[in-house]
Design a protein around this ligand. Sequence first.
Ligand SMILES: C[S@@+](CC[C@H](N)C(=O)[O-])C[C@H]1O[C@@H](n2cnc3c(N)ncnc32)[C@H](O)[C@@H]1O
Length: 469
Amino acid sequence: MLKTVSCRENRPALQHARARRRPVCRAAAQTPHSLAEELQAARDTYRSLAEAARVETSLDLRQTDGVSAGLGLAATRPHAKNEVLMRVPRSAAIVLDYDRGLSMPPARWPRLRGGASSSIDPLPWDILQALALVDGLAGDGGEFWARYCDVLLPAPERLTLPMCWEPQRLAQLQHRDIATAAEAQQDRLMGLFPELMEPLAPDVPSWFQWAFACVRSRAFRAGPDAFAFVPFLDLANHADAPQAVPPGPSGASGGAATPAPPSNQVANADFRASPAGAGSGEAGAGEYFELYALRDIVAGEEVTISYAGPEGYTNQRFMAQYGFVPVGGNAADRVKLELTPEMQSAPLDLEVLQELLGDALFMSALRGTDPYLTAALKSLPLVDGGGSNGVKAATAGSVRTAQALLQQVEAQIAEGTTTLEADEALLGGAEGRALAEADPRQAAAVAYRVERKRLLDKTAALLRAYARR
Ligand SMILES: C[S@@+](CC[C@H](N)C(=O)[O-])C[C@H]1O[C@@H](n2cnc3c(N)ncnc32)[C@H](O)[C@@H]1O
């Protein structure tokens, strides 16, 4: 059983932690030269800490090209499919295993131990992992974790997860639901550890928000009831799972051949834990976590994993949990619609939609090669009306459903306080890159609302066309 720890006694240690970190809000004042220096410092720290932790790896740290993706891992040599790319000893990780207990490198870890040994309300794994990162940052998890947290985890003012944002930033998302969920998350953290929730500066989250955001976006399930924060592995960025990617040109009937997505948009690696007890000696010794290649990888290629699995995540989930959305559409995204019993009993006819779209567009929606169209169609109540000859008429009931849903979608479009064109202009070209560098949080908010507006517009266009039938 676990209890909430009083953190009053931890304050001096946290102030110490604050002093050891790079000053907050440094990005605005940074020159390209100092950014290059910072990247070099991160690479040096990555290499020396990996050596200290006996990590076997052929990957190096690099700055990634994607919108605000930050750092990432790249292959330093070619790899064959199934080859291990990185192996991290379990002893270097922070593992919460509800069957085997806590395991982390030897150190005091006072907040984590206090949280885990409480006898009142059990704390969930993500809160315990966040306490561990606060310990790590404060130097209470040993020198390795102090340096890892300080140099290799993102600075608080650059975190793009909405749960780290103040109301003005949440408003930039132009989506009430995601802002409300972020505020609920902040209230939850405040209810548990008010002493750790003091903002570091105006517009900068608290260390506890920082730690919790790092856990949500970087820790992973390591077994049926086990969760791990694995240093180095947590530097892998996301790309779509190979199974989630629509097929390339196949000559299949029903439309023009579509090009396969660029290979860097498809995950080329995955992670796994060695079986429990694989090592010898004390518990966990000889066990490891590893990244392995899903296909051949060339030297210099970024190594990515899928955070979402083949089913994918909605953009709201990507943004809330990871602080980014896939750019250029996400077939697993959905428009949130309230379906009344009347609408459910009069869904839209798939055949009518096929006629409206034409065969080529309809096929690309089915295949996922137009992800906005796929997501729009999958958001709607549909029925396959069966084959018919000639032009299919929409039933009066389904037309009413389309009209009612259109009103809902238009209400969501009206949440936008800027136009899609203006948002797209903010992200485009050199200015977009500069924005992502200077203010990754704003860039992430704009990318979120751009993607949402594109999907809402596509859905509204479909419903409008249907409602005219
Ligand atoms: C597990 S960490 C990966 C390492 C991280 N890029 C860094 O700089 O430390 C996850 C975070 O990386 C970023 N990220 C990962 N994949 C991304 C992608 N495809 N596009 C944009 N950002 C991405 C997001 O900020 C996410 O919260």
